[in-house]
Design a protein around this ligand. Structure first.
Ligand code: NAG
Ligand code: NAG
Ligand code: NAG
Ligand code: NAG
Ligand code: NAG
Ligand code: CA
Length: 525
């Protein structure tokens, strides 16, 4: 009885209590109504929902069958691994089964018979769902723990990986890192990635079997040794940048880099006692639902939050359709003790979707329409569904994305105006080209805009020994003049020499074009 009570008290901070309900039906002066709270699912044994992959191919023992020895009894090699015999096979799934008392079932690698080539294995765990760790990751090794290994994590379903913790019997030698202990971390370094020697030394294969990633010790930095002060932890998780993400994973990878050596150097005459054997990988955590769900279920092979607060998505990371009157936000642990639900809302009695770009709608009497007011993120329109002039639609972003509108960035001189088409192309003045109109067409030169070449090396050659200066003018020798130095100074009178082309006509065309486009823009509004 006493034991049971102690056990319950011990479990309270992580298993029960705060943030376990999303809403309740309350009676107020205005009558009964729903009240909403920040909420999160209970912690679960995550190994029940994991997909595992072991690399490289052929690293699992038993194909072909192989004998192996143990460090305790290296010359009695009577044990056998045989993949074709269920009693002697050691497939990866045995790292996640539930074991009868006393009978360890385990995945086992081939032996290090290829020494000195390193014996490397990757064990990759994937959930296809973001998980928040709530307790230590505990990996149990039969026949000794690796002398070098590394734990990596991914937050994006395995697209990118980051080191999580390094393990070695000599951190300096293996990773050029000083050995540290999680217990010695402080509030400012609680999410530091470190190398520890605590789980790699030889102490007999039966005695010390576990390798840990210490989540509790890191929580304890804020919540105290028995995690009694969870409020402080929750406050820190909200305020300390990157702390929540540090405990969040979608995938984990153990990189086994050197097996147990039995406390001595590698004995080449008996390589059959070197291998990896993992009997259990315990991962305790909860589905990350952004504090918008208190249930997480296993559906169609994946964990899925049962979203409340009118949110949706695998992690409740979006507002439901018709509930986007303001931008989606995660729920918050603060203020204590119930937190803030930050629920998604429809705009009240009348419906007006603003795709999260505005928090306000207003009714325009004479048009009889409801329209969003002060659209943000460079959007405009009744539902903030268009981009402001000078911006174009980001084709890889949803309408409710903050990055939905991209600035056109048209070159001010080269383009007719600062608007662009749906793919970001600006409308260029004569002679200009490029998506932003900051280049010149061939036979044009750039000088505060694009101008047709006056002279060049092909068709518009300077004559009578003149030289072409930057396609802008011919530098004529003494005695010649004219655009291409084609005229002798004394031959003709002044009137015939001035051949300046009239630019008035084309300027007027440009101005008209601008006016027409402005009109179109105005009508568009
Ligand atoms: C293990 O994964 C890492 C990437 O994290 C990769 O570089 C390495 O080659 C893999 N090792 C094996 C044995 O597959
Ligand atoms: C991952 O989860 C998503 C959302 O539940 C699902 O659509 C997808 O098929 C899953 N992918 C895999 C590889 O299981
Ligand atoms: C979500 O929408 C429903 C109507 O579909 C409403 O009754 C409920 O109160 C909303 N919940 C929240 C948290 O806004
Ligand atoms: C377009 O939207 C995507 C998704 O939000 C974003 O990652 C990207 O940066 C946006 N592109 C630009 C140019 O802003
Ligand atoms: C935008 O303009 C460019 C260049 O004129 C053109 O290639 C592209 O097809 C246009 N895009 C659209 C959507 O009209
Ligand atoms: Ca097992």
């Amino acid at each position: 009885m006493l034991y049971l009570a102690a056990l319950l008290v011990h479990c309270v901070p992580l298993a029960m209590g705060q943030y376990d309900i999303c809403k309740s039906w309350v009676t107020t002066d205005d009558g009964p109504s729903w009240e909403f709270y920040a909420c999160q699912p209970k912690a679960m044994r995550m190994k029940d929902y994991v997909t595992v992959r072991v690399d490289p191919a052929g690293i699992t023992c038993g194909d072909p069958p192989e004998r192996f020895c143990t460090h305790e009894n290296p010359y009695l090699c009577s044990d056998e691994c045989d993949a074709s015999n269920p009693d002697l096979a050691h497939p990866p799934k045995l790292m996640f089964d539930s074991e009868d008392e006393g009978l360890a079932t385990y995945w086992q690698s081939v032996t290090w018979r290829r020494y000195p080539e390193p014996l490397l294995a990757n064990i990759t765990l994937s959930w296809n769902k973001s998980i928040e760790l709530t307790d230590d990751i505990v990996i149990t090794f039969e026949y000794g723990r690796p002398t070098i290994m590394m734990l990596e994590k991914s937050l994006d379903n395995g697209r990118t990986w980051h080191p999580y913790q390094y393990y070695a019997d000599d951190c300096m030698e293996a990773f050029s890192m000083p050995a540290r202990r999680v217990r010695d971390l402080s509030t400012t370094s609680a999410n530091r990635v470190l190398c520890t020697e605590e789980y790699s030394r030889w102490a007999g294969s039966k005695k010390e079997k576990t390798v840990r990633f210490e989540v509790r010790d890191r929580f304890a930095i804020f919540a105290g040794p028995d995690l009694k002060n969870m409020d402080n932890l929750y406050t820190r998780l909200e305020s300390a940048k990157g702390l929540k993400d540090f405990f969040t994973v979608t995938d984990l990878r153990m990189r086994l880099l050197r097996p147990a050596l039995g406390g001595t150097y590698v004995q080449r005459e008996n390589l059959y006692k070197y291998f990896y054997a993992v009997s259990n990988i315990e991962v305790t955590g909860r589905c990350k639902c952004n504090l918008h769900a208190n249930l997480c279920t296993f559906k169609e092979g994946s964990l899925q939050c049962e979203c409340e607060h009118n949110t949706t998505g695998q992690d409740c990371g979006k507002c439901k359709k018709n509930f986007r009157s303001r931008s989606w936000r995660a729920g918050s642990y603060l203020p204590l003790p119930n937190g803030s639900p930050n629920a998604c809302n429809s705009a009240g009695s009348f419906y007006c979707e603003c795709y999260g770009h505005s928090n306000r709608c207003s009714y325009i009497d004479f048009l009889n329409v409801v329209t969003c007011v002060s659209c943000k993120h460079n959007t405009r329109g009744q539902h903030c569904q268009h981009c402001r002039l000078g911006f174009y639609r980001n084709s890889s972003a949803e309408l409710d994305d903050e990055n939905v509108c991209i600035e056109c960035n048209c070159n001010q001189i080269g383009s007719m105006h600062d608007r662009c088409n749906e793919t970001g192309y600006c409308e260029c003045r004569e002679g200009a080209t490029g998506p932003k109109c900051d280049d010149c067409l061939p036979n044009y030169y750039w000088r505060q805009g694009c101008f047709p070449n006056v002279c060049d090396d092909e068709l518009l050659l300077c004559q009578n020994g003149g030289t072409c200066y930057q396609n802008q003018r011919c530098i004529c020798p003494v005695g010649f003049k004219g655009v291409l130095c084609q005229q002798s100074r004394c031959e003709v009178d002044k009137k015939d020499c001035d051949g300046a082309p009239g630019a008035g006509g084309s300027l007027a065309t440009v101005a008209l074009g601008v006016l027409a486009l402005q009109l179109r823009g105005w009508v568009d509004l």
